[in-house]
Design a protein around this ligand. Sequence first.
Ligand code: 2HA
Ligand code: ZN
Length: 271
Amino acid sequence: MKDILTAPFVEEMRRTTANMYRLGWDERNGGNISYMLEEAEVREYLNIDAPLRTIPTGFNAQPLAGKIFIVTGTGKYFKNVDPDPETNLGIIKISADGSAAELLWGYKDGGKFTSELPAHLMSHMARLSVDPENRVVIHSHPTNTLAMNYVHELDEKKLTHTLWEMCTECIVVFPDGVGVLPWMLCGTNEIGEATAEKMKEFRLVIWGMHGIYGAGKNLDETFGLIETVEKAAQIYMLTAHLPRINTIKDEEMKVLAEAFGVEYRKDFLNL
Ligand code: 2HA
Ligand code: ZN
């Protein structure tokens, strides 16, 4: 069997968490990632029928039974994933009845998956129901996105519209807009259910005054979605207190979306 540390999916997790840490989005144990793997690719590195231990999920993940995920660990720091992936990451297989995660590799110090596993797995279920190619869910605390939460209305249409106005490519990158949840207690099944409900409609969901969730086909795409929102939020935070002289007009955003052939939220423009 091949060495798991050479697996492309482990390398990608190391690179992504290191990038996010360096960008200042994931302080301390902030942020978490789950990435659904193909059974065949995992079999090259691990015996998927010999779990090291079994950890209860605390909710019904039955629709994902047998699915394998690489997931960041609870209480673990993104900063430490690259130097010590086996302690800070785990590879889990959802048990047949969906009530437990069978640990195939990782969480070497006796740890377990992120406290946000409910929001992650429920979001995977919701995204898969509308996009069978979805594989990744990322949660993060990007600095400007969070700052913007304190000075901008937490309204889906208004927030999406402001973000779209901040960079020409925003409406092309996230034409479906950004869903918004009010402040809620994190780490619970309730915030998981609320996030998943939004994920049926949006690939990006703001957790009010906490952070953001993104979902996509791979780590690059999902990271890129959050990165684009964060860039737009940065432009907003750099300019919100200054007189606005120029803006991208709604008519221009429509032209952009049509030129790039994206299905956008027409009700989020004022035309
Ligand atoms: O895992 O970001 O929302 C740490 C968090 C919780
Ligand atoms: Zn968080």
